[in-house]
Design a protein around this ligand. Structure first.
Ligand SMILES: *Cc1c(COP(=O)(O)O)cnc(C)c1O
Length: 372
C-alpha cells in the first residue's frame, strides 16, 4: 500500500483518488483591485456591524453550551426572508452553501449513484461528488451557455442520477435558467433530487424568476441560497436551502452534531434583521454589471448574458496572458470557465473603471504585438 522510502503525504494511507490533488482555491494576489471571487465589494454598514457585534457578544456569554442544533430561530428568519409561504421546517442552514451541497450529496448521492450537472459550471461540484463517492457526470451547455434542453433531458434519462445540480444564475457564465427548463429537467429526472443553486439569485435581472416558486408540490426539488454574495457576508459562512420537509429531515441525519456554531447563528439572525441595509448595494451592483457588459461589448469582446455579480467575457487566444497583464496593472480577475474566457466580479464603480481602462490598454498592446 505504501512505499517504505516515501515521506510526507506519500507515506500516508491517502485515498488513491486524492493523491496529487491540489486543494481548491482561487489564486490570491495582493493587488489594489480584487475582482476574482464574486464577493460583494461593499462591507456591512456601521449599524449592521453594531447589531452583529451585539448579537455575537450575547451568544458568547453562553458558549459553554452547545448551539441549538436545529438552528430554529435562524431557520424561521430565513423562511421569512425567502417568502413564497416557506416554513422553517422547509428551510435548512449550514456553514456556507458549500456545506449544504455536500450534505445533499451525503444524503442522496453515495457509492453506486450518479450526480449530473451541465458544464461549464461551478468547479466545486465535482469535489463534492468525489468526497461523497458519487459518480460525477457533466453534460454540456449550449453555445450561449443556456441549457441545451434536449441534451439535458436525454442525459438525465440515460444516466438515471439520484441528484441533478442546476445552477441559476450559473457560475462562471452568469446564465439564469427559465423555470420551464428547470421543470422539464425535474420531470425527466424521475426520482432524482433536483437542486437549483441560486447563490446569485438576488442579482438576477428584472423578469428572471426564482425557482422558489416551483417548490410547492415538488418534493424532490431543492433551492439553495447563500449569504456570501448579495448579503455581503462571505466571512460569516452561512448557506441555506428550502425544500420539502422530508429533504430537511434527510439532511438532519447526515449533518455533524452541532454543525452550526451559536456565533454563526447569532450573526446570521442579526444579518437578517438588517437585510435591507446589507442588500442595499445589490441594485448598484446590478447596474454596474449591466454597464460592464456593455463596456466589454464596446471593446469588441464576446460577453455572456449575466444575471449574477460577475461577467464572463472573451474570447482570447491566450487568456492567461491577458489575466497576467491585468495583474501587472493591479487588477486581479479569474482565469476560469471555458478556455479563452475570463471572469470578472463586479466591484465598486471605481474598481470597474480601473478594470476597464486596464483591459483597454492590455488589449491595445496585445493586438499591437499580434499585428507586429
Ligand atoms: C459562491 C457560490 C456558492 C456559495 O458558496 P458559500 O459556501 O455559500 O460561500 C455556491 N454556489 C455557487 C455556484 C457559487 O458560485
Amino acid at each position: 500500500m505504501s512505499d517504505p522510502e516515501a515521506t510526507g503525504i506519500d507515506a500516508l494511507p491517502l485515498r488513491p483518488e486524492l493523491r496529487g490533488v491540489e486543494p481548491y482555491g482561487a489564486p490570491q494576489i495582493d493587488v489594489p483591485v480584487r475582482l476574482n471571487t464574486n464577493e460583494n465589494p461593499y462591507p456591512p454598514d456601521a449599524a449592521a456591524v453594531a447589531e452583529l457585534t451585539e448579537a455575537v457578544a450575547s451568544a458568547a456569554g453562553a458558549l459553554n453550551r452547545y448551539p441549538d442544533r436545529e438552528a430554529w430561530q435562524l431557520r424561521t428568519g430565513l423562511a421569512d426572508y425567502l417568502g413564497h409561504g416557506r416554513r422553517p421546517e422547509q428551510v435548512w442552514a449550514a456553514n456556507g452553501s458549500n456545506e449544504v451541497m455536500l450534505q445533499l450529496l451525503q444524503a442522496f448521492g453515495g457509492p453506486g449513484r450518479t450526480v449530473c450537472s451541465f458544464a461549464p459550471t461551478y468547479s466545486m461540484y465535482p469535489e463534492y461528488a468525489r468526497d461523497s463517492h458519487t459518480r460525477w457526470v457533466a453534460g454540456h451547455r449550449a453555445e450561449d451557455f443556456t441549457l441545451d434542453l434536449e441534451h439535458a433531458v436525454r442525459l438525465v434519462r440515460s444516466e438515471g442520477p439520484s441528484v441533478v445540480l442546476l445552477t441559476s444564475p450559473n457560475n462562471p457564465t452568469g446564465t439564469a435558467l427559465p423555470l420551464e427548463h428547470i421543470e422539464a429537467v425535474h420531470d425527466a429526472a424521475a426520482g432524482a433530487v433536483v437542486v437549483v443553486d441560486e447563490a446569485y439569485a438576488e442579482f438576477r435581472r428584472a423578469g428572471t424568476l426564482s425557482a422558489l416558486s416551483l417548490l410547492e408540490g415538488r418534493p424532490r426539488l431543492v433551492v439553495t441560497r447563500t449569504m456570501s454574495k448579495a448579503f455581503a457576508l462571505a466571512g460569516a459562512r452561512l448557506g441555506y436551502l428550502s425544500a420539502d420537509e422530508a429533504v430537511v429531515d434527510a439532511l438532519r441525519v447526515v449533518r455533524l452534531p452541532y454543525h452550526l456554531s451559536s456565533l454563526t447563528q447569532a450573526a446570521a439572525c442579526a444579518a437578517l434583521r438588517h437585510a435591507d441595509s446589507l442588500l442595499a448595494q445589490v441594485d448598484t451592483l446590478r447596474a454596474e454589471r449591466d454597464l460592464t457588459v456593455s463596456t466589454l461589448r464596446g471593446l469588441g469582446l464576446e460577453v455572456a448574458e449575466s444575471d449574477a455579480n460577475f461577467v464572463l467575457f472573451g474570447q482570447f487566444a491566450d487568456r492567461h496572458a491577458i489575466w497576467q497583464a491585468l495583474v501587472d496593472h493591479g487588477v486581479l480577475i479569474r482565469e476560469t470557465g471555458p478556455g479563452g474566457w475570463l471572469r470578472v466580479t463586479i466591484g465598486t464603480a471605481a474598481d470597474m473603471e480601473t478594470f476597464a481602462s486596464a483591459l483597454e490598454s492590455v488589449l491595445d498592446t496585445t493586438s499591437k504585438e499580434l499585428t507586429r
